[in-house]
Write a protein that binds this ligand. Structure first.
Ligand SMILES: [Zn+2]
Ligand SMILES: [Zn+2]
Length: 233
């Protein structure tokens, strides 16, 4: 009732382009722009990395064939390009927290993960980073995703205990070193649980790998879902 009244006096707008919104959480034009970056075609059956050529079908990528990653599977809905990249920037750095729910819906619709999780867990921010940014974008995604898939969110028992340098200018190897040992998990919360770990973007994968390693050591089976991923990680 209250929402219906609000819609009359404050008509809903698309949180990305601010055009009037007739239905859904993003307008049709923005959804069309997102669709251009959708990951389709064969990808690594474990880490979800899309293959440049569609010829070989689905199989493990070279990296996953040589070393098992610390998660059971990882999937991303889109490539981190174009409108998707702009949306993530507004969401993460521009304070557009209203994008949380529509982006979480796109994650849930665009990533088919093998089983229903017991818990949805966001990639945590260090408390100092949380103070300066004001919110954890992964937690907003995890909360909205947990409502969509009807699984509880746990944002208390995986913590980032060491403040790390910004990953942006670091190489893949430096990123791995940067986040090593930066997370801690409460074993009792995750023992024998299937966890869906949520993040906005997978760049080299070092952060989700480190979180997954920490969660697996605590006894969890980890699936990773991100909105977007770099074309090659
Ligand atoms: Zn729009
Ligand atoms: Zn792989």
């Amino acid at each position: 009732m209250l929402n219906a009244l609000l819609d009359i006096f404050v008509p809903p707008v698309c949180p990305l382009c601010e055009e009037a919104l007739r239905k859904g959480a993003l307008c049709g034009d923005c959804l069309d722009l997102f669709a251009r970056e959708k990951i389709i075609g064969p990808a690594c059956t474990v880490c979800g990395e899309p293959f440049a050529s569609g010829a070989g079908g689905e199989h493990r990528c070279g990296r996953c064939a040589s070393v098992d990653p610390p998660f059971t599977a990882a999937r991303s809905a889109f490539l981190y390009e174009g409108t998707v990249r702009d949306a993530v920037h507004s969401f993460k750095y521009g304070g557009k927290v209203t994008l949380g729910a529509p982006l979480a819906r796109l994650i849930c619709e665009g990533t088919t993960l093998p089983e229903r999780p017991d818990l949805v867990v966001p990639v945590p921010l260090h408390s100092d980073r949380l103070k300066s940014r004001g919110y954890n974008q992964s937690l907003l995604l995890a909360r909205a995703a947990s409502r969509i898939i009807s699984a509880p969110v746990d944002c208390l028992h995986l913590k980032k205990t060491r403040l790390t340098a910004d990953q942006i200018d670091l190489s893949a190897k430096e990123r791995e070193d940067n986040v090593r040992g930066a997370f801690e998990a409460d074993g009792a919360a995750f023992k024998d649980k299937t966890v869906l770990l949520i993040d906005d973007v997978l760049t080299t994968g070092s952060t989700v790998r480190e979180c997954s390693k920490t969660l697996s050591k605590a006894g969890a089976r980890v699936f990773v879902a991100t909105l977007a991923r770099a074309a090659s990680v």
